[in-house]
Design a protein around this ligand. Structure first.
Ligand SMILES: [Zn+2]
Length: 293
């Protein structure tokens, strides 16, 4: 008798980019509401989700992290939700293990930005020690400044104060002796160039992985709900620090990757995330790439 599987296989997907190996590591997914979408009526948003075979109520949003193996070094891009969000998120650690990666193997952590679904998997909430003791924590020079700004925190809602400002402060603090900040255009890891994409947060950045004549743009949170924000890039999120800038950035980045036919991956593109973007009517369409051996 053959026993049927009791759970899903590990969420891991390897993608070669020239001499660099990128591994998409799933942190799971989050069920979200649609009232956080701006510039679209909730019922229109729900209809677009259902048309894309999403849930009948709300949205199901992938949370992805990435490993970059380059020149004998290993970087982790973002760290997922840790234990701060619903328990459908926070699976990165198990998937890292399934990928054969030990937490002590990680040399560098690159953060696209500091939000609980990206930076809440940095540190142990019991011991307040880094989960990645050998890793340097690397992020844009605008980013921590914003989350450490008491005046900005005071302007936030109670949820934002707890989940954005407080969570970021306590998750980053154990890395205080092992941090590095970058500016737009810096090579932050061998073959990885940081590109500013501000708006979602003041330091939100993308990482362009380049080797030989191949590229993969890990674009962070350029889209949260691709089924809506690809065709309608002007739809913004309640958690955007500067919604107008976030919308303009999404339009600019989509224009660029569509023109250059560039492979992209994102933290909230449906797993395993590697996709292309093409122009479609007045907006764009995300086309997942075909499975690679
Ligand atoms: Zn996010």
């Amino acid at each position: 008798m053959v026993t049927p599987p009791a759970g899903q296989i590990p969420g891991i997907y390897h993608r070669q980019v020239g001499d660099i190996t990128v591994t998409v590591v799933s942190d799971g997914y989050l069920m979200g509401t649609l009232d956080v979408l701006h510039n679209i009526a909730e019922e229109d948003a729900q209809r677009m989700i259902v048309d894309a075979f999403g849930p009948a109520k709300g949205r199901k949003t992938s949370v992805n992290t990435f490993l970059i193996h380059s020149q004998g070094k290993l970087a982790l891009v973002d760290t997922g939700c840790g234990t701060y969000m619903a328990d459908t998120g926070g699976w990165m650690m198990q998937n890292l293990q399934a990928a054969g990666i030990k937490t002590t193997d990680i040399d560098t952590i690159l953060l696209t930005h500091m939000h609980p679904d990206h930076s809440a998997g940095l540190s142990d909430r019991n011991s307040w020690t880094p989960f990645f003791p050998n890793a340097e924590l690397v992020f844009h020079e605008n980013e921590l400044k914003h989350w450490e700004d008491d005046a900005a925190m005071a302007r936030g809602t109670e949820r934002e104060k707890q989940l954005f400002f407080q969570a970021t402060r306590e998750q980053v603090a154990p890395y205080k002796k092992q941090m590095r900040m970058f500016a737009d255009g810096d090579e932050v890891f061998p073959g990885v160039i940081a590109m500013a994409a501000h708006g979602h947060t003041p330091g939100h950045s993308m990482f362009n992985v380049q080797s030989g004549n191949e590229q993969l743009l890990i674009w962070g949170d350029i889209m949260h709900v691709p089924d809506i924000q690809a065709p309608m890039p002007h739809v913004t999120m309640a958690m955007d620090s500067d919604p107008a800038q976030a919308g303009a950035t999404r339009q600019r980045v989509c224009d660029m990757v569509a023109s250059d036919r560039l492979l992209v991956a994102g933290m909230h593109l449906h797993f395993p995330a590697c996709s292309y973007v093409v122009r479609d009517r007045s907006g764009f369409k995300v086309i997942p790439e075909r499975w690679q051996l």
